[in-house]
Design a protein around this ligand. Structure first.
Ligand code: ZN
Length: 76
């Protein structure tokens, strides 16, 4: 038997909100991106191995990992 395994990483833009950036201190649109790493077999994604949320500042490009509760706080 031969199996073809792989890892695929997908990024989804969840939403954009204006907030104060923790890097540049500017009130600028912040993108919240969900990044999922999936295990795929024969190019079919099966399992989500890792799920991270990123906050990206559109002003300075500063990227930081945020938790689910921080995402919900931003979504309001
Ligand atoms: Zn910034």
């Amino acid at each position: 038997m031969f199996f073809l395994f792989g890892l695929t990483t997908r990024e989804n833009l969840r939403f954009t909100r204006s907030a104060t950036c923790r890097y540049c201190g500017m009130h600028a649109p912040q993108q919240v991106i969900e990044r999922k790493t999936k295990l795929s077999v024969f190019f079919i994604p099966l399992l989500t191995l890792k799920k991270t949320r990123l906050q990206v500042c559109t002003n300075c490009g500063g990227t930081s990992r945020i938790s689910g509760s921080e995402e919900r706080a931003l979504a309001r």
